[in-house]
Write a protein that binds this ligand. Structure first.
Ligand code: GLV
Ligand code: GLV
Length: 320
């Protein structure tokens, strides 16, 4: 008999076909919105495998409802939506999709940095709103990227991919990490700085660490006070790493110059969110890994991880 799985969002046909070859598949395919919690609660007791997205909170309550569950396959690199302690207690394998999205996410991070520095979104709106009357010396002037200092918090896969891009723009790259990264220091010419020094020195700070209890509110009042008035904060990791009250205060009190945000404490946000109406903030709807090729690969790797565990093989990537 084929193992039973539940998939929390409609996937590409090709991926569904791959899953169906090995599994009996039930899927939330009503609309492109997250599966309602009560539906998920009714489905998980029946299945051996769960294929989910970062929009689903897989907590102890869900895991306790699922006595047969052997694997939770998250279609993301981040897995802060899953209670690992509860999964570990039950020996459930948790898998994710790193590596394949590294370059795509670094591209988006750099794009957001440039868009924020050069006020691209404001400039596009300027024409859309019929405000362009003449070329003018200081109109929509932003800040230079080339020659500026980029501070990377977290020199992991995506952090180093970002450093490579920054080198191409002749930026001076500094970083802070739990452990120093001698390989990146040598290969990419990045310089390690102590925590406070990084905030004092950088023109751009990019948050590139995963979300966890240790990184929750990692960047708060103290850090913004250290930052230069001319500096920018870019976050494409997870919202909760940056304290939003402190960030809002810093942006509206000229402690920092601007911010680019692809992630938020609570997602989704809408146009009533306080950051959306600030002219010096570029907001994006969590699209770090959103290239067609990469999202397809993520769907595929998540499917492969799930199938492998159900077949008693090692997944391509596992978290626990
Ligand atoms: C996206 O945010 C991911 O974690 O893959
Ligand atoms: C700007 O367009 C310039 O020619 O300086």
């Amino acid at each position: 008999m084929k193992p039973k799985i539940y998939v929390t969002r409609k996937l590409e046909d090709r991926i569904i076909a791959k899953l169906e070859k090995y599994c009996e598949v039930s899927m939330w395919d009503k609309e492109d919105i997250p599966v309602p919690r009560e539906v998920l609660m009714a489905e998980v007791p029946k299945v051996d495998g769960l294929y989910c997205l970062l929009t689903e909170t897989i907590d102890q309550e869900i895991i306790r409802l699922a006595p047969r569950l052997k694997v939770i396959s998250n279609m993301a690199v981040g897995y802060n939506n899953i209670d690992l302690t509860a999964a570990r207690e039950r020996n459930i394998v948790v898998t994710n999709t790193p590596d394949i999205l590294t370059e795509t996410t670094a591209d988006l991070t750099f794009a957001l940095l440039m868009a924020t520095a050069r006020r691209i979104v404001e400039a596009v709106d300027y024409i859309k709103n019929n405000q362009w009357q003449t070329w003018s010396p200081m109109q929509l002037t932003g800040r230079d990227v080339y020659g500026a200092t980029l501070g990377i918090i977290g020199m992991g896969r995506i952090g180093s991919a970002l450093a490579r891009r920054a080198n191409g723009f002749a930026m001076n790259v500094v970083y802070h990490n739990r452990n120093r990264s001698p390989k990146e220091e040598q290969e990419l010419g990045v310089q390690y700085l102590e925590w406070e020094e990084l905030f004092k020195t950088s023109d751009y700070i990019c948050v590139m660490v995963p979300y966890s209890e240790e990184t929750k509110n990692l960047i708060a009042e103290k850090e913004f006070q250290l930052m230069k008035e001319t500096s920018m904060l870019i976050n494409t990791s997870r919202g909760g790493i940056v304290n939003e009250d402190a960030l809002y205060h810093a942006l509206t009190n000229q402690q920092i110059w601007a911010a680019g945000l692809d992630v938020f404490e609570q997602e989704p946000i809408d146009n009533t969110n306080r950051f959306v109406s600030l002219p010096n903030v570029t907001t994006l709807p969590h699209i770090g890994s959103a290239s067609m090729a990469t999202r397809l690969k993520m769907e595929e790797v998540a499917a492969e991880n799930l199938i492998r565990v159900l077949q008693g093989r090692s997944p391509l990537y596992s978290v626990i």
